[in-house]
Design a protein around this ligand. Sequence first.
Ligand SMILES: C=C(O[C@@H]1C=C(C(=O)O)C=C[C@H]1O)C(=O)O
Length: 367
Amino acid sequence: MSQEGPPENGGTDARQESLRQEIDRIDGEVQRLVNQRAAHVLEIARIKEANGGAFYRPEREAQILARVAERNEGPFPDQDMVRIFREIMSSCLALERRLRIAFLGPEASFTHAAVQVHFGHAVEEHPVRTIAEVFREVEAGTADYGVVPVENSTEGAVNASLDQLMGTNLQVCGEVALRIEHHLMSHAPDMQSIRRLYLHPQTQAQCREWLQDHMGGLEWVEVTSNAEAARRATAEPDSAAVAGASAAEFYGLPVLAAGVEDDPENTTRFVVVGAQWVGPSGNDKTSILVSAPNRPGSLFHVLQPFSLAGVNLTKIVSRPARSSLWDYVFFLDLDGHQEDAAVQEALEGVEAGGAAVKVLGSYPRAR
Ligand SMILES: C=C(O[C@@H]1C=C(C(=O)O)C=C[C@H]1O)C(=O)O
């Protein structure tokens, strides 16, 4: 048994003591270097202030994080090292300017988690109730950037976000891909004591099989968000919620069954929108909106130019155009930046084929 007590082994203790002294010395050095880094960032901020230009530079941050992962030799895993640098940059940027980020709330929603993964914690978090409101906040300038979900690997497109992208002048300036894990959480002592289940319809769809097998006979109550499901379950000990870990943590709900989503690869993709053009980072994607005439071969003429220019498409989704009945627009994501020659060639080809193109934005690929 190892218990606190008088030292038994002088040699081991001396070794620990000298390692701790070394750690203290390294900590001092790390701290000095972090502040030295911050001082450089502040100087860049002064130059930006004098000459104009966005404080937040997603392409530069993506390059920095890519290099952190590339040169990492461990024992820290890449993702942990990246997270630490993410937070250092977040705090550095907050010295220049604390960004206000509007997102689809409430607190502890998956979009909230996406905000923290993308911007770190040194931002002002501004949860709002609807996707439309996120866009309005950023368009009005009351938030610097907004974050909304756009697609889930199980459930497909988030149409409310696509419809907003159709009408906005904002740019897509980033993306976040988040593995979505759902847990069953409750104050009930066990699963057998649960009588009622609160859940968001998207969550229900992503956990359909597990829920049918384990929660089939119960009362299911649909709510407007995962966090709301957790909040409701907190107040009723014979109720449970299906939601993410951050909701369980936020509301202090014990997890009774973890990872209840049907697809272990279940992933949601979020986009960051802002009034900002983002330069190339070297590993970028571009989102576009194409409105094609309603006639035979139309979609073929939209797609062929990408094949000819050797540009890879990663997504195509159609949505009814709101302007006229039975007209459709296409949302396409492609590899590359809109400044790349191949991308420009492809977009010119699409327009030459009679379609209208709106570039929604180029941005660094999600890590
Ligand atoms: C320092 C800069 O400003 C911000 C802070 C960064 C950082 O901490 O490294 C990187 C990009 C910007 O978001 C910069 O533009 O280089």
